[in-house]
Design a protein around this ligand. Structure first.
Ligand code: AMP
Length: 532
């Protein structure tokens, strides 16, 4: 048949080209670990990315080579993404919060050739250099005065460079999952998956990005591709404000100075922000949309943000899904609902954007109805969902129809809203029925005096498992076990109430801030509940 459309490869460098050409003067602001602020713009990021691509080629880097970063959020890190990808490389964002053994494992497994890092992580570099067997070049993003670093590395290059062309199915980025057991696994994103994911993210029902947006992504660039924001924000021509320092006082000040409208981060960053607001009376004045994801956003947190007049989008996703799987955005028919009803809905994990598909199946693999009742294993498929882990000889991690089993347990409501009830490993199995540890924890953190809570199943001779609730008190609070149980009693089913509430000084977390339930289960494996 004569006629047709162009095969215009969906390559990531087209995003930065667009940002430079159409929104070149929109700023990218960086607050650095030493307290200084620098300003560049999309044209500056694009130019430096081309200079970096030249510098990497001069070192002998070839398409497909892995260029690693060990860094917080700032404009040079952004330049590193676009520069490494632009020369056909694969940017590998290493999470500095991992344990040493994991840091050694993933850099060697990825066969990283270059490491670009923040001076704050110099101790990690000094400690592990001898064990990283493939890294040939170390370049510091922000060296001490007088030392050579990133700016010197790109200084000799003029930016007269054409991006490496190729297939949209070429890899462009590598992120390892934090994994609570076994070795971390690499997820290898392609140009195409990153591009389609970013296009979906710009929409009003996802990140709602435009040339009016001023975004301060708190989510680190080493966590699940910073939720795709460096790509989606450039696509939309948003202004970016980055902070290499994750302190609420700094973030709040930057938000006000730069008139930040959009922010995104895991629940703990908002807890810190609340403490800052309570202590100082300062609050982010211009915020319109806050995206919370990575673990379940507690209802009390959503309620407080919404009372501040901020729209809250509750997102669910995983490194394996680029990471956006679902996002809560208010549909038109919420207008008639009460405030409390709206908060209840926002507390669920939202709906899929066009592109990905979700389903819930029972243990036998039978698809469950979207009735808001039938819970089961959550599965997902689509163009930004994993097919096979990086260098994993065990083969594809999806079934014949492309479904990836997330390891999460969920229900889907008739309106398409998905609700995570647990990680499949974390559900508490009591008398053959399932108790959602996530729901217990979220309810418990609403109790005055409770800072954080973790629910785990502990052996019970009659019920198989019963819930034990571990609670960290807020500073100065003297909340008792009876008060916690009383608070929970009208929020969860009676048989869900924990058999015991134990107060602890702190709870273990993974490198991405999730509760480390495996460690807790091991620690309390032989714990005897008072009901036994
Ligand atoms: P990661 O790949 O490290 O981002 O971890 C992904 C996992 O985080 C998911 O499989 C969920 O178990 C959990 N998660 C992410 N977002 C949410 C959310 N909004 N509510 C509950 N769990 C979440």
């Amino acid at each position: 048949m004569l006629g047709g459309m162009q095969d215009f490869e969906l390559r990531v460098p087209r995003i930065i080209d667009h940002a430079e050409r159409e929104n070149g003067r929109r700023e990218v602001v960086s607050y650095w670990a030493d307290g200084t602020t620098t300003r560049t713009d999309w044209a500056g990021v694009a130019r430096d990315a081309r200079r970096l691509a030249q510098a990497l080629e001069a070192l002998g880097m070839k398409p497909g080579d892995r260029i690693a970063t060990l860094a917080m959020n700032h404009s040079r890190h952004l330049v590193a993404w676009y520069g490494a990808i632009g020369m056909g490389g694969v940017i590998h964002t290493v999470n500095p919060r991992l344990f040493d053994e994991q840091l050694v494992y993933i850099a060697n497994h990825a066969e990283d050739r270059v490491l670009l890092y923040d001076r704050a992580f110099q101790p990690i570099v000094d400690r592990l250099r001898g064990q990283w067997t493939t890294i040939e070049h170390y370049i510091c993003f922000d060296p001490a005065d007088g030392d050579a670093g990133f700016e010197d590395f790109i200084a000799a290059h003029d930016g007269d460079y054409r991006w490496v062309e190729g297939s949209e199915r070429d890899p462009c980025m590598l992120c390892y999952t934090s994994g609570t057991t076994g070795n971390p696994k690499g997820v290898l994103y392609t140009h195409r998956s990153s591009m389609i994911h970013a296009m979906a993210e710009v929409s009003p029902s996802v990140f709602d990005l435009s040339v009016q947006t001023v975004a301060l992504p708190i989510v680190p660039m080493f966590h699940a591709a910073a939720w795709g924001l460096p790509f989606a924000g450039a696509m939309a021509g948003a202004k970016f404000v980055y902070s290499a320092v994750n302190e609420a006082a700094v973030l709040c000040r930057l938000m006000n100075e730069e008139k930040v409208t959009h922010s995104a981060g895991v629940p703990t960053v908002w807890l810190a922000m609340f403490q800052h607001i309570d202590a100082t009376g300062h609050r982010p004045e211009h915020l319109r949309l806050v995206t919370i994801g990575g673990s379940a956003a507690p209802r009390a947190m959503i309620e407080r943000l919404m009372k501040m007049g901020i729209r809250v989008s509750h997102a669910w996703g995983m490194t394996e899904t680029s990471p956006i799987g679902t996002m809560g955005a208010p549909p038109a028919d919420w207008d008639g609902l009460s405030f409390d009803e709206q908060v209840d809905l926002v507390a669920k994990q939202g709906r899929v954007p066009f592109g990905v598909e979700l389903r819930v199946v029972d243990d036998a693999g039978a698809e469950q109805p979207r009735d808001g009742q039938s819970s089961g294993r959550l599965q997902i498929r689509g163009p930004w969902v994993i097919r096979q882990y990086f260098q994993d000889s065990s083969g594809e991690c999806i079934d014949a129809e492309g479904w990836f089993d997330t390891g999460d347990v969920a229900v889907i409501h008739p309106c398409g809203t998905m609700q995570i009830t647990d990680r499949s490993k974390d559900v508490i199995k009591s008398g053959g029925e399932w108790i959602s540890s996530v729901e217990l924890e979220n309810a418990a953190v609403g109790c005055p005096g409770v800072q954080e809570a973790a629910a785990i199943g502990v052996y019970h001779p009659k019920w198989d498992e019963r819930p034990l609730l571990l609670v960290v008190r807020k500073e100065g609070a003297d909340v008792t076990a009876e008060q916690v149980i009383h608070y929970l009693s009208d929020k969860v089913a009676k048989w869900w109430l924990p058999d015991e509430v134990l107060f602890v000084d702190g709870l273990p977390h993974t490198a991405t801030g999730k509760l480390l339930k495996t460690a807790l289960r091991a620690q309390y494996h032989d714990h005897k509940l008072p009901t036994v």
